[in-house]
Design a protein around this ligand. Structure first.
Ligand code: ATP
Ligand code: MG
Length: 736
């Protein structure tokens, strides 16, 4: 490709951005306007016109997938070898730099990288050694504290401590860093901080890279955090204003969705100031989507106040209307999606062109199940498939032990999880005993435990007593109750409750219970006897089902497959057809975001990201009721749906009817749900949407409800006071 072909097809603004002279620039533009394309083309153009060698530039992308795509695009544009080019994520690039200079960074050549789970267990280990009360200092919180300090570029000694509590936190931080240093390990935040410190401290290395990377290009700039920004600044060199090294940053403030991890849109303003940015190029033509989709996205995002503001238009024509489906329940929703995907496929759309997006990982289970049953190959990105997630595997391990305590793998997985002080040595001894006697680990554990029968006991006796108690309690109860036992009595739920970001995992544990409900009701049509008891073997069948779904049904690499992912993971990507499911208040926007305006604005940006992934066809769906936290919840459609003008929408069904699902209703399950949904509905004195008054919170609107007659809870939106769940019996609501 010669230079002019390379630039062919770019619009004027894009062309201007691609061919800017050597100066820092900000490309601020909405979704699908070609930011990533401009960035990639600029790299190719700079190389082709001889302004820089492939090794003289550095490009930061948001995911490894994006980095790979960028390199592939580059090789299709230019006959160059992209190996050795510095294109990658912040973590990837810092890792590379630290490997090259490990000695100067005071790291062993073989330093290991901790993932979040490793980091957490290291923190726990340390806190134990330091005798820190983990109730007063929940390890997950300590981890969050350490990481956010590091993301601000701060070491323990630089952190301010006001009182005994913050002093102790700081002390743990300091000791943790020492422990990591001794063991030669580096966590994610440390990769960046260590690299930043190395560059600040060592002028030889700094100058080497500063003189090497004349051009620095950053995609998704709106989601950089403080430390990443400082790192970029350092690499760019001291005299940015005089244009030594320049940073070409592309971003979209409307797509900033990582504030919860410390991302700062403020970096854009700092960047303009610190780098004396002369060129701010705005791209306004969207090349991705038809106007119905784009207008829907624009209509949603205009509800946010805190925006830099920009226009986005397309020449593509209206295209198809946005399809909206109101499902009877979550299973109906999944079945609807499966049916649509099948007909799309029959019409010749490739499965790889279709994406199913959801707000939280826990939502994928019902979808995965429906796809699996329909024999549609799919792949889950940026997250593990449901039954492979650590917390689910832990819970399943307890269920496996209930079914068969001699299952060594299951035992090893949870004997010390949640931690009960069983160390490597005790485990070795157990394994030794089991080996010499030719028995199972469980048998060896029974011997080691002696007569211990208190599950509060520490160590092996406590574990043995726990499993025994679970087995006893499991007699004569239903499968969902067994799942509840495995998540509750095991201590897993309490364990994740104490974690700062444990809500997701708890939501997944709840989903496991839902899976058990669904399996019991519809999967194999098991007959429940009069007492509501299910044969023990159902447990085994369920476990088999779980391990099969985990192992074999994710489409193998290379095979064309549907793409499932959270909206967060879909950033920067595009698909011909997009389904966004679970558009209910509480799910999207997520209920935790509703208490603060900033939270709601971030949810809206997330919705904007989701909608703008679609090129040709967009489906939005919500369910009237959904099994959540083991209970049926009656939701109302997401406010984001109301924000889309009617003329862009085609409603696919006027009035949803019961399709295949939990039989005719969720009510087949005894014990877990003792009332049918009809009974629940009639027991609910308030209508959704009704205005009510509460003594403390003032006026509000009923948005949903859950639970049975006696312990029914209503969810009321009290405006400024936020969204609250209230126990109907005590809330004393009055009609307004
Ligand atoms: P996002 O904000 O979602 O990351 P983006 O601004 O990075 O989007 P790109 O992914 O670069 O947008 O481009 C969106 C789509 O538009 C891509 O398929 C790209 O190839 C196409 N595109 C961009 N510019 C042009 C153009 N000038 N002519 C034709 N197609 C274009
Ligand atoms: Mg992009």
């Amino acid at each position: 490709m010669n230079a002019s072909t390379l630039l062919d097809g770019l619009n004027d603004k894009q062309l201007e951005a691609v061919t800017l002279p050597h100066q820092s620039a900000l490309i601020l533009a909405g979704a699908g306007s070609g930011k990533t394309r401009v960035l990639t083309t600029r790299i190719a153009w700079l190389i082709q016109t001889g302004q820089v060698s492939p090794l003289g530039l550095l490009a930061v992308t948001f995911t490894n997938k994006a980095a790979k795509e960028m390199l592939t695009r580059l090789t299709s544009m230019l006959p160059i070898n992209t190996r050795g080019m510095w294109v990658g994520t912040f973590h990837g690039l810092c890792n590379r730099l630290l490997r090259a200079h490990h000695r100067e960074a005071q790291l062993p050549a073989t330093f290991q990288i901790f993932d979040t789970a490793d980091q957490l267990s290291a923190i726990k280990r340390l806190m134990k050694a330091m005798n820190v009360d983990d109730e007063k200092y929940p390890p997950k919180q300590v981890m969050g504290y350490i990481n956010s300090c590091k993301e601000e570029g701060l070491r323990a000694h630089a952190v301010e401590a006001y009182d005994a509590h913050s002093q102790r936190m700081r002390e743990i931080f300091e000791e943790y860093d020492k422990q990591c240093q001794r063991e030669g390990v580096v966590d994610f935040a440390e990769l960046l901080l260590r690299c930043y410190e190395l560059l600040s401290r060592d002028s030889t290395i700094r100058q080497h890279y500063q003189s090497r990377f004349k051009y620095i290009l950053v995609d998704e700039f709106q989601d950089t955090n403080r430390l990443q920004y400082l790192w970029l600044k350092l690499l760019a060199g001291e005299q940015q204003a005089s244009g030594r090294n320049c940073i070409f940053a592309v971003g979209d403030d409307d797509q900033s969705i990582y504030a919860f991890r410390g991302a700062r849109v403020g970096n854009m303003r700092d960047f303009e100031r610190d780098f004396a940015v002369q060129s701010i190029v705005k791209l306004e033509q969207n090349y991705r989507s038809y106007s119905n989709i784009l207008d829907a996205a624009n209509a949603i995002i205009t509800h946010n106040r805190n925006r830099l503001g920009k226009n986005l238009w397309t020449a593509a024509g209206k295209g198809e209307p946005v399809r909206v489906y109101e499902a009877y329940n979550d299973i109906d929703e999944a079945n609807f999606i499966v049916d649509e995907v099948k007909s799309l496929h029959a019409e010749g759309h490739g499965l790889g062109e279709v994406a199913l997006l959801y707000r939280s990982n826990a939502q994928s289970r019902v979808l995965e199940h429906a796809l699996f049953s329909a024999n549609l190959p799919y792949r889950v990105y940026g997250g593990l498939r449901f039954f492979e997630r650590a917390e689910i595997k832990h819970a399943l391990a307890y269920m496996r032990l209930i079914a068969n305590p001699h299952d060594d793998t299951a035992l090893l997985r949870v004997i010390n999880f949640p931690t009960r002080g069983i160390g490597a040595r005790s485990l070795e001894q157990l394994q030794e005993t089991a080996r010499s006697q030719g028995g199972s680990l469980w048998q060896a554990a029974l011997q080691a435990a002696g007569k211990g029968d208190a599950i509060k006991a520490k160590g092996i006796p406590g574990f043995v007593a726990l499993v025994k108690q679970m087995q006893e309690e499991a007699i004569g109860i239903t499968l969902p109750e067994v799942a509840e036992l495995a998540t509750g009595l095991s201590g897993l739920r309490t364990f994740y409750q104490s974690e700062k970001e444990g809500e997701d995992r708890i939501a997944n544990l709840d989903e496991l219970i839902n899976a058990a409900v669904a399996f019991t009701n519809q999967e194999i049509g098991v007959q429940v006897d009069e007492n509501g008891e299910v044969a023990q073997s159902l447990l085994t069948q369920f476990l088999t089902h779980a391990s099969l779904e985990a192992g074999e049904h994710q489409a193998e690499a290379g095979r064309e497959a549907l793409q499932l992912m959270t909206v967060h993971a879909a950033k920067g990507l595009e698909f011909k057809v997009v389904f966004i499911s679970g558009l209910e208040e509480g799910l999207c926007p997520h209920e935790q975001s509703l208490y603060e305006a900033a939270g709601l604005e971030e949810e809206r940006r997330l919705m904007y990201v989701a909608v703008t992934r679609a090129r040709q066809r967009l489906y939005l769906s919500y369910a009237q009721s959904r099994l959540l936290h083991g209970q049926v919840r009656y939701g109302i459609p997401s406010r984001f749906l109301d924000e889309i003008p009617d003329e862009l929408i085609k409603r696919l069904n006027a009035k949803p009817v019961a399709r295949s699902g939990y039989g005719q209703d969720y009510n087949a399950m005894p014990k877990v749900m003792s009332k049918t949904s009809q009974e629940q509905k009639s027991a609910m004195p308030w209508k959704i949407g009704q205005s009510v008054a509460h003594a403390k919170f003032g006026q509000g609107v009923v948005v949903s409800y859950e639970g049975n007659a006696n312990d029914m809870r209503v969810q009321v939106n009290f405006g400024r006071e936020g969204l609250k769940w209230l126990a109907l019996e005590y809330a004393k609501l009055e009609a307004v």
